[in-house]
Design a protein around this ligand. Structure first.
Ligand code: SAH
Ligand code: SF4
Ligand code: F3S
Length: 445
């Protein structure tokens, strides 16, 4: 009987893609995806961006403990960002003794060896835990050789840069993902080409800060604008997206490259975090609200129909009522098509965690007001789509909507329209007939 695997993915798109690499490694070893069956190997690909993410993972690890009681030879692996925090190797060793393998963010290539080692030691009836969390600097070469089992057709994720050098004072990512490492441009273009040859219709370039792509290579040519020009002119019928952008590094060259390529979507995720200059400074973000407004103006001038989304945080330790009002005011002025909103969560070892914290009730009220405002704006902007025709890539069958598929406009808006599984991966002209807050409903032309 086939051995089965299950990968549990938490966190950002970077992790979603890394789980495709985990699946690639396991399939090479002969494992098959478990679906709803209890697997022979569980891999938890973890996130630690907020406390809620960690709580969720620990809760699910608890469930596995019971499953493992009934399936004694099950292997449990915990990999990714959470494992990379100070003290977590000891914590996982003591509190979760049934976890067999712990690998950090730059050790995925060791998964195969780790599984062998665990199986070998079991033959000898030895209790054994494989752990490796070294922040290797020459990670790119080993990473490039990991097989990928893609699970997001018609979209293909392609990494362009790993790690982060920015050290925003609230954020754990630079500590758990290490310093920036850019992949060479030809390796990226090759991977994109391969995906397009295989029939993928949308490419999403990934990095914590795509705009600093190439800085570490220091060759005078490798930068994000040049990469966009190169990928954006590949001669296939496809869409190009990318994330995430940092306002301090977004250049006019990138905006020009976006505007001049018909493959690059008129869509940008440009997290602002806060609308207050004081808070932005305390967050170590290196831009002001004025600079942010000028970027929005530049983007809209170059691409009038661009969809702009953001990440916004409330409750940073130094955020006063006045600062929060500045955030609300910025949101009113920018009019994002959508925004991810977060309550600030102190992260061990980051500068902001050592500051005096704001009471939870205040954070809760602020996030409530912010969500209400953004929902109102999203709804108003949705109404503007009704009656018009947009090119939409059918991405999946619509969840819970019989006889419908879902996809996005170039600007990133979600559209549900009549269709079947066979339509997934095809572009359609869709007339929007109805809007419901964030999603739109339409009909093929
Ligand atoms: N690299 C990306 C985002 C990484 S994390 C960027 O720089 O924009 C995704 C989002 O999580 C961030 O944009 C931020 O809004 C939020 N986030 C990060 N750390 C957080 C924390 N400690 N508490 C709450 N939200 C946080
Ligand atoms: Fe975190 Fe800031 Fe880096 Fe984004 S840019 S990953 S928010 S430190
Ligand atoms: Fe989470 Fe790591 Fe991404 S902490 S948000 S999975 S980079």
């Amino acid at each position: 009987m086939d051995k089965l695997y299950k990968v549990m993915t938490y966190g950002c798109q970077m992790n979603v893609h890394e789980s495709e690499k985990i699946a690639g490694i396991l399939e090479e070893l002969g494992y098959k995806e478990a679906g709803d069956t209890i697997p022979d190997i569980y891999v938890f690909n973890t996130c630690c961006i907020r406390d809620t993410a960690e709580k969720h993972i620990f809760g699910n690890l608890g469930v596995v403990k019971t499953e493992k009681k009934n399936k004694k030879d099950m292997i449990v692996a915990v990999v990714g960002c959470m494992t990379q925090q100070a003290g977590y190797d000891a914590l996982l060793k003591q509190k979760y003794p049934y976890v067999d393998i712990v690998l950090g963010t730059r050790n995925l290539d060791q998964l195969k060896e780790a599984i062998f080692n665990v199986l070998e030691s079991r033959k000898k009836e030895k209790k054994y835990k494989y752990m490796s969390q070294e922040m290797v600097q020459d990670y790119l070469e080993t990473d490039d050789k990991i097989p990928v089992t893609r699970t997001s057709y018609p979209n293909a994720w392609v990494n362009i840069i790993y790690g982060c050098n920015n050290f925003c004072t609230y954020c754990i990512v630079p500590y758990v993902r290490g310093r920036e490492l850019s992949r060479p441009m030809d390796a990226i273009v090759d991977e994109v080409r391969r995906c397009l040859d295989e029939g993928y219709k949308e490419i999403t370039l990934l990095g914590q800060n795509v705009n600093s792509y190439g800085n570490d290579l220091k060759d005078g040519h490798t930068n994000f604008a040049n990469l966009l020009k190169e990928v954006g002119t590949l001669d296939y019928d496809f869409r190009l997206r990318f994330m995430t952008n940092h306002p301090k590094d977004l250049t006019e060259d990138v905006v020009e490259a976006m505007a001049s390529s018909k493959r690059i979507c008129n869509n940008i995720h440009l997290p602002v975090q806060s609308g207050s200059n004081k808070v932005l400074k305390d967050m170590n973000r290196h831009y002001t609200r004025e600079k942010y407004f000028s970027l929005i103006e530049m983007l809209r001038k170059a691409m009038p129909d661009i969809g702009i989304t953001s990440d916004i945080m409330v409750g940073f330790p130094t955020e006063t009522e006045e600062d929060f009002k500045d955030t609300m005011d910025l949101v009113e002025q920018v009019r994002y098509s959508n925004a991810f909103t977060f309550i600030y969560s102190p992260r061990q070892g980051t500068p902001a965690a050592a500051m005096e914290q704001i009471p939870y009730e205040i954070k809760k009220r602020r996030i409530g007001e912010l969500i209400k405002l953004q929902n109102k704006i999203t709804k108003e902007l949705s109404n503007d789509y009704v009656g018009n025709v947009y090119r939409v890539l059918a991405e999946d069958v619509a969840p819970k909507l019989e006889g419908m598929v879902c996809g996005r406009t170039e600007s990133g808006r979600l559209v549900n329209f009549g269709g079947t599984k066979e339509d997934v991966g095809t572009f359609f002209n869709v007339r929007i007939e109805q809007s419901k807050s964030a999603s739109l409903f339409g009909k093929k032309e």
